[in-house]
Design a protein around this ligand. Structure first.
Ligand SMILES: [Fe+2]
Length: 308
């Protein structure tokens, strides 16, 4: 007997699931856990509408999908405290990212990306939960890269077969080479600025442009517009034009889903296959989210070889 109900994502028939009527007590049931695990890998993004229950439910839910990632600095501390401390995503007017986009100021805006593009290891996903929601804005967007691959013309699928993309950390979104670019940087957070000095971002990362989902063989168009520098071995006009053409197929409204947050929601995604973005909030609004990160690595990323 199923202990929850499922329905399609509103306005999106390519991917994703909405789960309702899930009692957090059922999260210990092995059959429920197996069903929820399959939904994640089959459909890419799962909205748990009105699950409620706070941080404990969020952690129990995350543990179905794998080990939550422990930050090395926090090793040896209580894992629940560590998660609470590790994963706030908070827009703070005094020290948050603010951009001007189309004449509007937006705080906490993040363009389309998958997590970890600029390093070689890519986590398997996350669970987001709102603590303080803004009066306006704050949606989280998703794009499925399996659906995106399927929209490519066969000739383009053949052309990109075997290619890889080079990525580097770029905290200033007005300098992004591909994808959306805000009109003006108003303020950059300390966290983003300090990211530039981190040892892990000093050497560029390389990821395949297409790969197959383990277990299903479905092809994933694996490109994060944010952080992309170009195609490996083709960082020139021709390669950039090719990558732009590929990205134009990804950035189609029919492949996008924007989650409108309600209190009690949690959203889970598969970072090995989905792109996500944060639409941002008017700077006078507050938005506080908590996220867990599901540990793992798809094993296909590498570092660029640097001459000694
Ligand atoms: Fe992200």
């Amino acid at each position: 007997m199923t202990s929850f109900a499922t329905s399609p994502l509103p306005g999106q028939d390519h991917y994703g699931t909405v789960v309702t009527d899930l009692d957090p007590a059922a999260l210990d049931d092995p059959a429920v856990r197996a069903a929820l695990h399959s939904l994640w890998l089959d459909t890419g993004v799962v909205v748990f509408r009105g699950i409620g229950g706070g941080i404990d439910t969020q952690l129990r839910l995350s543990e179905i999908y794998g080990e939550p990632e422990v930050h090395p600095m926090m090793a040896g501390t209580d894992i629940r405290t560590e998660h609470r401390a590790l994963a706030p995503i908070e827009f703070d007017r005094d020290d948050g990212n603010i951009y001007e986009i189309g004449g509007e100021l937006r705080g906490g805006y993040l363009p389309w990306h998958f997590d970890g593009a600029y390093v070689d290891r890519i986590n398997h996903g996350g669970v987001l939960r709102p603590e303080v929601l803004p009066g306006r804005g704050g949606e989280t967007g998703f794009i499925d890269q399996i659906a995106a691959y399927d929209t490519l013309p066969a000739a383009l699928q053949q052309r990109i077969d075997g290619l890889s993309v080079v990525y580097s950390y770029q905290p200033d979104l007005t300098k992004a080479k591909f994808g959306e670019r805000p009109d003006r940087l108003v303020q950059m957070s300390t966290l983003f600025r300090k990211g530039m000095e981190h040892p892990s971002v000093q050497v560029r990362a390389i990821h395949p442009l297409v790969y197959e989902q383990a277990g299903t063989g479905r092809k994933i168009l694996h490109v994060s517009p944010w952080f992309a520098d170009g195609i490996e071995g083709m960082e020139n006009e021709e390669g950039d034009a090719l990558l732009r053409e590929v990205i134009s197929y990804v950035m189609r409204p029919e492949l996008m889903y924007f989650h409108q947050w309600q209190p009690g929601d949690m959203v889970l995604w598969d970072n090995w296959r989905m792109l996500h973005c944060a639409c941002g909030v008017p700077p006078e609004e507050r938005r506080i989210m908590r996220r867990t990160t599901i540990v793992g690595d798809y094993g296909l990323g590498r570092r660029e070889a640097v001459a000694a």
